[in-house]
Design a protein around this ligand. Structure first.
Ligand code: NAP
Length: 350
């Protein structure tokens, strides 16, 4: 095997810590380290895992890390210098600021969905447009919602053709540890203006797909829920749609016998499977909801916001560095190493 790709994680929160663990599972990648602004329980676990910790602003952070008994390996600038590629998982909007550092050091970087498409110029989904990322210096892995939509819309568009998609997104208010976000007791049209930005975001990947979206936020932390309606190029059987979805391990058709009635059950299933952090990286599509009415397809899917972008980041690393030019091969490798594909094949921890 050629030299392993040296990956640095600039930002180690909800997304960064998961991408770091996923990188550690790849035999063609190594982790240079992770960067944070301050010591906390996530830094503690990173240290326990043996991940070198770099400080975003060592002048401010060094004494805090020292007081916490955690050693830092240097500044995040030093970490970036050692890496072949950076996965920027800093909070929304900070990636754009960090870009100056990547430009100065001439390093390729992956941004997350909290950044605007223009920050990278290329937005990514492994199934839909892997080739667009090959050899690029900057690419953005689209947000959790957009990733879930791109997977589904691409699969159905490839199989049958989508004339127009209309999607209602019911968004989680915050992540499980996100106490500062709400709503606490409300349903918030977000954004109030229609359509929402999610449709144009899908079009940064699926450039010609007509789509209209609207979104509300609700008081839950577990997952997002999408109601998806598509007008297809022709009327096809429900079985044809199910067959098209089944070809992609990153989408999971929930059989009715499993008695999974809600996003809470999906996450509980993740716990039962012994998945790290209960993560359900696959789109969770209720098979019973997949309904054809002439040329119209309707369905419900749950999206685990904390984890569905993780395999996409791993594939994006392979595409940008050019170590694997075939998206199907990269996705197969990522799926295998991350145990993606809930129903078959899967293993339960004892
Ligand atoms: P997060 O949990 O708040 O984590 C952010 C991390 O970045 C923390 O480790 C933080 O370190 C670090 N950080 C802060 N300032 C930094 C800087 N200047 N340079 C480098 N690192 C810095 O954020 P997140 O939820 O993982 O989101 C990261 C990105 O992924 C955002 O673009 C977001 O929109 C996107 N995204 C989030 C989700 C989701 O559901 N959470 C889903 C898909 C995509 P300290 O804690 O030490 O300050």
């Amino acid at each position: 095997m050629a030299d392993k790709i040296k990956v640095a994680l600039n930002g180690y929160g909800t997304i960064g810590k998961r991408v770091a663990d996923a990188v550690m599972r790849q035999d063609d990648m190594t982790l240079v380290g992770i960067a944070k602004t301050k010591p906390d329980y996530e830094a503690y676990v990173a240290a326990k895992k043996g991940y070198p910790i770099y400080a975003v602003d060592p002048g401010k952070a060094e004494s805090k890390f020292k007081a916490a008994g955690l050693s830092i390996a240097g500044s995040n600038k030093e970490m970036i210098k050692k890496a072949d590629i950076i996965v920027d998982c800093a909070p929304e909007g900070i990636g754009e600021e960090n870009k100056k550092l990547y430009e100065e050091l001439k390093k390729p970087a992956i941004f997350q969905g909290g950044e605007e498409h223009e920050v990278a110029g290329t937005s990514f989904n492994a199934a839909a447009n892997y080739n667009e990322a090959i050899g690029k210096q900057f690419v953005r892995v689209v947000s959790c919602n957009t990733t879930g939509l791109c997977r589904l819309l691409y699969a159905v568009d490839k199989a049958v053709g989508v004339k127009k998609a209309r999607v209602i997104l019911i968004r989680r208010g915050g992540d499980p540890n996100d106490i500062k976000r709400g709503p606490m007791n409300a349903i918030v049209p977000d954004p109030i203006h229609l359509p929402s930005h999610h449709g144009p975001d899908v079009q940064t990947v699926l450039h010609n797909l007509p789509i209209v979206t609207s979104a509300v936020k609700v008081p839950t932390t577990l997952m997002h829920m999408h109601f998806v309606n598509m007008t297809l190029n022709k009327a096809v059987s429900r079985d044809e749609i199910l067959g098209a979805i089944r070809q992609w391990p990153r989408m999971w058709l929930i059989p009715s016998w499993m008695n999974i009635k809600s996003t809470a059950d999906v996450i509980e299933f993740g716990r039962e499977l012994g998945r790290p952090r209960n993560d359900m990286m696959e789109n969770a599509i209720w098979e019973e909801s997949v309904t054809m009415d002439g040329d119209e397809l309707n369905l419900f899917q749950g999206i685990h916001q904390e984890s569905d972008v993780v395999p996409e980041n791993v594939d994006c690393i392979r595409a940008m560095t050019g170590i694997e030019k075939d998206n199907m091969k990269s996705m197969a490798k990522t799926n295998k190493t991350l145990n993606i594909g809930v129903v078959s094949p899967w293993k339960c921890s004892p």
